[in-house]
Design a protein. Sequence first.
Length: 95
Amino acid sequence: MKIRLIGNRILVKPNEDDAIKSSIIVIPDSVKGKSQEGVVEVVGDGLQFGGDKPVEMYLKVGDNIFFGKNNVKEIKIDNQDRLIMSQDNVYGKVD
């Protein structure tokens, strides 16, 4: 399935929770906070409705990012979890 995003949206594959694998004590998400990590899989075209210029898309496919959990649309593609969000929801890239 090919996905084309509009505007400054990105499609992210969330990272698996490493806390379960690396620790005996698992901290619930409600306590850990809402920050998440993942890999960018699709980047929108940057075009805005009624705007003169496209938004600069500073994220690229393959970027490892961390982002807030608010304003994120959770979807399933081929039975795998994916997230759609605005690039404005991204706090930073992990190099």
